[in-house]
Design a protein around this ligand. Structure first.
Ligand code: MEV
Length: 410
């Protein structure tokens, strides 16, 4: 067979390397790096099949670090983090340290079932005058629909999960009336994206039959409102104080003054969407880094968080800070964290599995609690830096230090 006629995933190591070199305009240095990285791989099949890689060429060598001590609901653990920003891990670690004297982070679920993922089925082609009765029929057939969906996900049902409820709503869209069927499914230890989409697909033909509509979209919703966690902590006034000598200047800010400044930053984010977005980005610096190390769907978490920031309100900061009666800083983060502890890359990638084990978390709710705690820890440290020495003095020197040391090692 002609080399170029092969699909990339069918090529062996040498062919993949040759393809990349021919198709791209790489420098000699990069060719050398890639040649070595590809040579270090055993077989391409191992990566494709066992590690859920697609068109694999080599493994990325990004560092996973840890926030070494974080107390969540009274349990001390570590948080593995994968991020390209070195200061993120230092900031999260320091944020967590500032809560120790006050018992760490307390995390609860806003609602009572943190295992729920929402699924949706979109129905088109239903006339306005038939919409109400179509919705009525969907509700009347709930039991059969649930049975069909549960049959499509037997392992979920065997582990105690399955559909909890089905609802229907009418939307006036620019392409006409649409009926949207929303359902909530208990996905137990999984995040449930695949299970829920499978359930939506399994119910769609029957829903089409009873409504005479056409089911076009059948998919989960990433707005995981059932998985919202509330994470609270008290940050110690004395540890919030800042005393540094930077760029020939002494910076000294008392704990009390720092709390005033952080509360004012919190209020700014509430009043200004431009600031709220950056404030939330700081929270996601921590959340996404832990989620990456733990093999979670970071885009699902990001989508849920930003959507929740504008859920029934203008886009708002996900966290809130105020001074406590005894003069420390209280922080509260409210954010959906849709995660799972089984399935996906956790099953197939040993490093990810080890990272999940490292956290001691045994359920999606525990994992979500840890991730939220890192988000709040990260947030408070970013605000302290912003209110103190400033981002370019606080954050960038660590980047430069890491870059310099990497260059020296080369
Ligand atoms: C930088 O990655 C994150 C911050 O901009 C967050 C914030 O401004 O709150 C420092």
């Amino acid at each position: 067979m002609e080399f170029m006629e092969k699909k990339f995933r069918e090529m062996n190591k040498d062919e993949r390397l040759e393809y990349i070199i021919r198709k791209t305009n790489l420098s000699e240095d990069s060719i050398d790096v890639i040649r070595h990285a590809v040579a270090a791989e055993k077989t391409m099949d191992t990566a494709n099949d066992a590690l859920m890689g697609e068109n694999h060429i080599f493994f990325s060598k990004q560092s996973i670090g840890i926030a070494p001590k974080i107390i969540v609901n009274g349990i001390e653990t570590v948080a593995p983090m994968l991020t390209e920003e070195p200061s993120v891990i230092a900031a999260a670690s320091h944020g967590a340290k500032m809560t120790e004297k006050h018992g760490g982070f307390r995390v609860t679920n806003k609602f009572n079932n943190p295992h729920v993922t929402i699924g949706q089925i979109q129905l088109v082609g239903i006339k306005e005058e038939e919409a109400e009765s179509a919705m009525q029929r969907i509700l009347e057939h709930q039991d059969e629909l649930i049975a069909l969906a549960n049959k499509a996900s037997p392992s979920l049902v065997a582990s105690g999960g399955g559909i909890l409820e089905i609802n229907a709503k009418k939307k006036n869209t620019r392409t006409g009336i649409q009926i949207i069927v929303d359902f909530r499914a208990d996905c137990r230890d999984a995040m449930g994206a695949n299970a829920v989409s499978k359930m939506a697909e399994a119910m769609a033909p029957e829903i089409e039959r009873i409504t005479n509509g056409n089911a076009v979209g059948r998919i989960l919703s990433n707005l995981a409102v059932d998985r919202v966690v509330i994470c609270e902590a008290v940050f110690d006034k004395d540890m919030l104080a800042l005393k540094k000598h930077i760029n020939g200047k002494d910076i000294e800010i008392s704990g009390e003054e720092m709390i005033d400044r952080i509360v004012s930053l919190s209020a700014w984010a509430e009043a200004d969407q431009f600031r709220a977005t950056t404030h939330n980005k700081g929270i996601m610096n921590g959340i996404t880094a832990v989620a990456m190390a733990l093999g979670q769907d970071t885009r699902a978490i990001e989508a849920a968080a930003h959507s929740y920031a504008a859920y029934g309100r203008d886009y708002s900061p996900l966290s809130y800070f105020e001074r406590t009666k005894d003069g420390n800083l209280f922080g509260r983060l409210e954010v959906p964290i849709p995660v799972g502890i089984i399935g996906g890359i956790i099953k197939t990638n040993k490093t990810v599995k080890a990272c999940v084990e490292m956290t001691k978390c045994k359920s999606p709710a525990e994992l979500a609690a840890l991730i939220a705690a890192v988000g709040l820890a990260q947030n408070v440290s970013a605000l302290r830096m912003l209110a103190g020495e400033g981002i370019t003095s606080g954050h960038l020197p660590l980047h430069n230090l890491m870059r310099k040391s990497a260059e020296e090692k080369r």
